[in-house]
Write a protein that binds this ligand. Structure first.
Ligand SMILES: [Zn+2]
Length: 475
């Protein structure tokens, strides 16, 4: 199964090289990314990425299909009995999984206008529509594509930017995500400012970064929640004065992904009391894994760039705590160690010349196992070490060819039968918790001012450069 999947991807990589030479977008000039009107050949509908996605059967490659020897309910119960019991909601149903993986992206890159520098003013209160306007402006740079990747629960379009200047199948891909938690508004504006400044810098260093690294970015993972907290603040403040993390239907998107923990929940067990039983401002994992449209859109985005494009690096922007959490204790030791290494290096950049330092922490050994629901990075790490959707269980499993193993039956990827066949060996993921204290949450003028100051004093303007330098050494 794994071998045939690799063969498919290998073929596609070769096809992609041909594609890049054949030229859907061949407007790169000598410096690599400035629009050159001569010899620009543009197909307004497709891109190498969309062509490639078109040829992949995402459902088949990401689902345990051949094996029909699942563990029995009793066997699972025995494996997970150490965690206690919980009659919780279900795992992700196959029809919703298929919907997520069959979702077709639309290319909405702005080919019509010449790129101009976009100033992202972090003290300004941007509506989501204005942030989308910034994304569209950034897509005017040659080599930048803007994709519609799905719709939010309230019907807002969700977007991914791909920065591939100039396009090359040999580049390393760095995945960046922001603002999955409603009150954590900084991720979106930080990412847009970092990208805008990188694309417009036109220095030897910026050109070098762009020539070596492909960035795949969802600046705003929770558009409804962000808009609610930012512009309907009172409605999304709990009775004890906390701004919402959840999206506006009361589901915490960063607990809604299928993965290790959902496997436990679906199997009827829960350890932590921190999981909410009903929709509210935080920590409600949803009716079932992947129940939110946003989660499903993000699942395909992550699957494509991590499992297919083999992105070795993911950074997820959160607030607050001046922390970077690294890796997953239940993933492979290698994933865990390289993630901690990346967190240490990035934190060193943020701390340069500062007091009240950012700290680098491994995620606690309990976190992935305590029944709170799987996060974006849980899902990303799971697919990187080869977990797949199971129609038997409705959540990610390992398979050794004959037997399907739910993640909860393994506890650590190292102990899995497929640990030696990681899909993306050396994959590393960190979250960065921007700022420190409740005053850094939300979108008031005071918060925006603090976040703008944090951006410059903590060298976030350097982060993409440092990530690129770091990713060069990743194997
Ligand atoms: Zn968060």
């Amino acid at each position: 199964m794994l071998c045939s999947f690799l063969a498919v991807v290998l073929n596609l990589s070769l096809a992609s090289d041909v594609n890049a030479q054949g030229g859907v977008r061949t407007g790169y000039d000598a410096v690599g990314f400035v629009n050159s009107p001569a010899a620009v050949v543009i197909d307004e509908k497709s891109t190498p990425t969309l062509d490639k996605m078109d040829r992949i059967d995402f459902v088949t490659v990401s689902t345990v299909g051949a094996s029909r020897n699942p563990m029995t309910k009793e066997e699972i119960d025995e494996k997970i009995s150490a965690y206690g019991r919980f009659d919780g909601p279900e795992g992700m149903p196959f029809d919703e999984y298929r919907e997520a993986m069959e979702n077709v992206w639309a290319n909405v890159t702005d080919y019509a206008h010449k790129a101009e520098k976009v100033d992202v003013d972090m003290t300004k209160a941007y509506r989501y529509s204005e942030l989308v306007g910034i994304m569209k402006s950034l897509s005017r740079y040659d080599g930048v594509s803007l994709y519609e990747i799905g719709r939010s629960t309230e019907g807002r379009t969700m977007y991914a930017l791909e920065i591939d200047v100039p396009s090359s199948a040999k580049k390393k891909t760095v995945v960046l995500t922001g603002s999955i938690h409603a009150r954590e508004t900084a991720g979106t504006t930080y990412l847009l400012k970092e990208l805008s400044d990188l694309l417009s810098a036109n220095t030897a260093e910026s050109r070098s970064v762009l020539s070596r690294i492909r960035f795949a970015v969802v600046p705003c993972c929770n558009p409804d929640g962000r808009e609610g907290v930012a512009f309907d603040t009172r409605a999304y403040t709990t009775s004890d004065g906390q701004l919402w993390k959840a999206t506006t239907n009361g589901t915490d998107l960063n607990r809604n992904f299928p993965g290790l923990v959902w496997s436990q929940v679906a199997s009827g067990n829960k350890k932590s009391a921190s999981v909410a039983k009903s929709p509210r401002g935080a920590n409600y994992p949803g009716d079932h894994a992947g129940s939110c449209a946003e989660t499903r859109a993000l699942m395909k985005f992550l699957y494509y760039y991590i499992a297919v494009e083999k992105a070795p690096v993911l950074v997820d922007y959160h607030q607050q705590g001046r922390l970077s959490y690294a890796g997953k204790p239940y993933s492979t030791t290698r994933q865990q160690n390289v993630s901690k290494d990346m967190a240490d290096k990035m934190v060193a950049v943020l701390n340069r010349g500062n007091r009240h330092n950012y700290a680098s922490l491994s995620e606690s050994a309990d976190y992935g196992l305590n029944g709170t629901g799987s996060t974006l990075t849980d899902y990303a790490c799971s697919i990187a070490f080869g977990a797949k959707h199971s129609t038997s269980y409705g959540f990610c499993v390992y398979v050794d060819g004959t037997t399907e193993y739910p993640l909860c039956a393994i506890r650590r990827a190292d102990e899995s039968p497929v640990a030696q066949q990681e899909l993306v060996p050396g994959f590393r993921s960190i979250t960065i918790e921007i700022g420190y204290g409740r005053q850094y949450l939300g979108y008031s003028y005071e918060t925006r001012r603090l976040l703008a100051d944090e951006y410059s004093s903590r060298h976030f303007d350097r982060l993409l450069y440092e990530l690129a330098k770091y990713s060069d050494g990743v194997r």
